[in-house]
Design a protein around this ligand. Structure first.
Ligand code: M6R
Length: 609
């Protein structure tokens, strides 16, 4: 989604801004722009539709030079992707970049038009630029004007303001959309994600909800939401930007699929000891709280929601703890009822997903026993706001389609099942079976990755298809959901997932020779039931692709292709069976020629609701 970079320095900052935007590309965007204040106090602005490289080319043709500036990648919300809608937006001497949505922009716009302001875009951001300009007629300093207008803005936003008449100052405001200040020597920076600033600093201050800050080359002043001058801690970051290098891989998604054995290994490291799960990050008070847990509420979006759905099967079957799972955008507006001794778990790769954050904040009002975030980004808002945190150690995930984040979320969730289970009624033997299965997982996934060529060949059969149906039962049903999400997301093939037992309640009507049906069929107590569902499809002329164990009793024929996988521990089968479906989606997308890492209309980090 949108990205922000800003700098107030003593050197030319155009390259810093462009490199920062480049590093935010993975978040997904459709246009980009920057504005710098020249030494003669002129506002130089360049904007264009398309990639950051196009902006770089435009800057090369119309060079800009200055030591204070702001830049932005835009993911369209109000107004189509077009140069006029790209940020920064200006109002005379004011320039603004903005992430998020100003919900009350329409009313404000009407008033500003009545007062004589003219609009050149359809964005909500331009409203903020004009509003600030109007306020500047009553305030002498940018910071005062920003503090005066913020109470009039509703919605979630991260915003950076610049006044060309005061070239040594940036003012930033955070409400619902992350902003981080990067500290330099004789220069300071701001961005929506620390990754953008790693080439210039490793020292960061993370703004909190409602913070407004004034940044100069040598000073940083921050006011909190009550208007009090506050200090935010300076964090020395050890974040890695390893995205620059795809190595021998064609796409980040492909690289990230193949990184899964290591990502899981890193996630397990130090957490399995002598057949037990050990979370050193949970102190005694946390352990005491976990002992009280009688119910679990998981809330997340997209792929993370699918991980939660798998965990539900595990929590109930293995740990005997009732568990509900809900999509964050529904939960946050549903007015959920209080439930005694319930633990609120959020799952998120980025830790910045607007709906998930809103759900976490709501959970605090409802009165859960506590909140626990499972997240891949240590410096994220979710991690800062949750009571307890378990990090997935997947490393930076760049591909919009989530892969290693999903399998590492499942890894942490399964460890948590063992941990909570042992505090509940789970036997030591079950705990050991879980830790044993987890330990074997990295090498099992190495094994399944060797099927890549075979799956590449299989993908050919999907290249002319417009629809696909994924089926699973039990904990493989959410894996079918995740597989369908992956396929539709990057290949644009319409894909749906069904619990196989539901087939005859409707979806069977869709079956014909043009509808590939992909079945997740590991050997477990539901296999025989699943075989009956497979026969229902066969009897109606459906074309089947079945992922199953070698000795599960399936044979390929003209209507059914078996992808025979090696044996895997039943407990971790959901994690294992995910991998071939990721490869399938990847290869289908390659054949279709779509933008694998940045599929159309999507963003990596969904920071607006
Ligand atoms: O960063 P999060 O895990 O909170 O993101 C949630 C979803 O937006 C994300 O999983 C999305 O569904 C992925 N693009 C799926 O591949």
């Amino acid at each position: 989604m949108c990205g922000i970079v800003g700098a107030v320095a003593q050197r030319d900052i155009a390259e810093i801004l462009l490199e920062g935007l480049k590093r935010l590309e993975y978040r997904g965007y459709d246009s980009a722009g920057l504005a710098v204040i020249s030494s003669s106090g002129e506002l130089q602005r360049v904007r264009c539709v398309g990639k950051v490289q196009a902006l770089r080319d435009a800057v090369n043709q119309n060079p800009v030079k200055g030591s204070t500036g702001i830049a932005h990648t835009r993911w369209a919300t109000h107004g189509e992707p077009a140069e006029r809608n790209a940020h920064p937006h200006v109002s005379d001497y004011i320039a603004v970049v903005h992430n998020g949505i100003i919900e009350n922009y329409a009313g404000l716009k009407e008033k500003l038009i009545a007062q004589g302001y003219q609009f050149s875009s359809e964005t909500d951001t331009e409203v903020v630029a004009h509003l600030l300009h109007k306020q500047m007629t009553q305030s002498t300093r940018l910071i005062d004007a920003v503090r005066a207008i913020i109470p009039h803005l509703r919605g979630a936003y991260g915003t950076v303001f610049m006044d060309r008449r005061d070239p040594n100052t940036l003012v930033v405001a955070r409400s619902g959309s992350p902003l981080v200040i990067g500290l330099g020597i004789g220069e300071n920076f701001v961005a929506s994600d620390q990754l953008a600033l790693l080439p210039v600093t490793r020292r960061f201050m993370f703004l909190e909800e409602g913070d407004i800050a004034q940044i100069t080359k040598t000073t940083i002043e921050i006011w909190d939401k009550t208007g009090r001058l506050v200090e935010r801690p300076v964090i020395e970051s050890n974040a890695q930007y390893d995205a620059g290098d795809k190595g021998t891989y064609r796409h980040y998604m492909q690289k990230e699929i193949f990184e899964q054995p290591n990502a899981i290994k890193n996630t397990l490291e130090g957490r399995l000891q002598h057949g037990k799960v050990v979370f050193n990050e949970l102190d005694n008070a946390a352990q005491e709280m976990l002992k009280q847990v009688e119910h679990i509420q998981i809330v997340a979006c997209g792929t993370a929601y699918n991980a939660g759905m798998v965990a539900r099967y595990w929590f109930e079957a293995l740990a005997g703890i009732p568990c509900d799972v809900e999509i964050a955008s529904e939960f946050r507006y549903r007015k959920p009822a209080h439930r005694k001794n319930s633990l609120f778990i959020t799952l998120s790769q980025s830790g910045e997903t607007a709906d998930t954050l809103a759900a976490l904040r709501l959970s605090k009002e409802i009165g859960y026993i506590g909140s626990l975030a499972i997240c891949n980004v240590a410096a994220s808002t979710l991690v800062r706001e949750a009571d307890l945190v378990l990090l997935t150690k997947a490393g930076v995930e760049i591909g919009v389609a989530s892969t290693k984040a999903f399998t590492t979320q499942l890894t942490v969730l399964l460890m948590l099942v063992a941990k909570l289970g042992r505090l509940n009624k789970m036997s030591e033997a079950t705990e050991q079976a879980i830790t044993h299965a987890l330990q074997a997982l990295p090498s099992r996934i190495e094994q399944v990755l060797t099927f890549d060529n075979m799956i590449e060949a299989l993908a050919e059969q999907f290249s002319d298809k417009h629809h696909a149906l994924f089926l699973g039962r039990g904990d493989q049903y959410p894996i079918a959901m995740e597989a369908a999400l992956k396929l539709k997301e990057i290949s644009y093939i319409h894909a749906e997932a069904y619990a196989a037992g539901e087939l005859k309640h409707g979806p069977l009507a869709l079956i014909d020779a043009d509808m590939p049906v992909i079945v997740m069929a590991p050997t477990n107590e539901l296999l025989e039931k699943l075989k009956s569902n497979i026969e229902e499809v066969r009897a109606r002329g459906g074309l089947l692709y079945v992922f199953a164990e070698q000795d599960a009793g399936f044979e390929s024929d003209s209507t059914m292709k078996i992808i025979a996988l090696p044996h895997v521990e039943e407990i971790t089968a959901p994690i294992y069976y995910t991998v071939p479906t990721q490869l399938l989606s990847y290869h289908v997308a390659l054949i279709k020629g779509t933008d694998v890492d940045q599929p159309r209309n999507l963003a990596k980090s969904v920071t607006v609701e």
